[in-house]
Design a protein around this ligand. Structure first.
Ligand SMILES: NC(=O)c1ccc[n+]([C@@H]2O[C@H](COP(=O)([O-])OP(=O)(O)OC[C@H]3O[C@@H](n4cnc5c(N)ncnc54)[C@H](OP(=O)(O)O)[C@@H]3O)[C@@H](O)[C@H]2O)c1
Length: 290
């Protein structure tokens, strides 16, 4: 079996490292060719001498499974340039936060990503987890890969199928909606949840988000708002979010696939808080590109 990993950043490097332990032909793709990458974990640093190549220079034929682990903002570009890596049976696992990018791909397999890390220059810090959750549907290539991962308990990567995937994916979107909005716009870490005013604002964002998600039928329980608030309050106060780090680095954010994705689906619902959040994030994005 041939596997590709596109995007060797915080998420992709962990996926790549684990897949390289299997007896498959796994090829890594980045924006620039490199001779390897370094992951630091629990205070220890390890370098992996796995070659990273660019997609445009690759002439080795197509893959059975492709993991795409770039920011959602890069997905459209990838979908337009990776045709030589796929064939009619290729299963493309999308490892991004957010929603609304699947239609760029012919056979997308969206995953809810439980891999926590951060890329800092050329070093990747892996904080915790190495799990991808996907819908419980038969997919021949991914199913073979899951069996192979199960037979190799030394690999940390888990690809789990969930019968309740739709709800879990929306809950992840809502978690990102709440915390990414307030940390990015305040340029501050999770310590802001110590402020009652921030907690109230976040609760209001979540309530509007849940109302949008449930506008046609109940997908997420309204009680989820309490659960999300409890999750935020348990975060390490120094922890940022991907949107917070993007704003601090002055680069474009994934807002089009999180806040704007939900806002575009609000229909006749009144969403005064989300309206303001989306306007401010759009203003931030303005001239930085979408
Ligand atoms: N980090 C987390 O803890 C976490 C947790 C859950 C979900 N996620 C989601 O996972 C996705 C990936 O996030 P991440 O944190 O891994 O981002 P990241 O660290 O920035 O990694 C993205 C990687 O993709 C590469 N890339 C960009 N465009 C490319 C292209 N055209 N071809 C090949 N490689 C390309 C980047 O290269 P350059 O470095 O050269 O730009 C970078 O190495 C996001 O949707 C994020 O929201 C992240």
């Amino acid at each position: 079996m041939k596997i590709a990993v596109i995007g060797i950043g915080a998420v992709g490097s962990v996926i790549a490292r684990e897949l390289k332990m299997l007896d498959y032909d796994t090829v890594l793709f980045g924006r620039q060719p490199k001779s390897g990458f370094t992951i630091s974990e629990a205070g220890e640093e390890h370098s992996y001498p796995y070659r990273i190549e660019t997609m445009d220079a690759y002439q080795g034929g197509s893959f059975d499974v492709v993991f795409v682990a770039v920011k959602a903002t890069a997905l459209r570009g990838i979908s337009q340039t990776f045709h030589h890596l796929i064939n009619e049976e290729t299963e493309v696992i999308l490892c991004e936060n957010g929603m609304g990018y699947e239609h760029y791909f012919d056979r997308p397999v969206p995953a809810v990503v439980y891999i926590s890390g951060q890329k800092k220059n050329d070093r990747i810090e892996h904080f915790q987890d190495a799990t991808l959750l996907i819908e419980d549907t038969s997919r021949p290539n991914i199913d073979r890969l899951i069996t192979a991962l199960d037979k190799h308990p030394e690999t940390q990567l888990e690809i789990k199928k969930s019968e309740d995937f739709e709800r879990i994916r929306y809950e992840k979107l809502l978690i990102n909606l709440g915390i990414n909005s307030v940390t990015a716009l305040s340029k501050n870490t999770s310590k802001i949840f110590e402020l009652e005013s921030v907690a109230q604002l976040t609760r209001a964002i979540l309530e509007e988000g849940v109302a949008i998600v449930n506008s046609e039928r109940e997908i997420v329980s309204p009680e989820f708002v309490d659960r999300a608030m409890a999750i935020y309050k348990n975060y390490n106060p120094e922890m940022g979010t991907s949107m917070y780090y993007d704003v601090m680095a002055d680069v474009k954010t994934e807002y089009a696939y999180i806040q704007k994705h939900l806002h575009d689906r609000k229909g006749p619902l009144e969403t005064p808080v989300l309206d303001v959040i989306v306007t401010l994030l759009e203003a931030y994005q303005y001239k930085r590109g979408y």
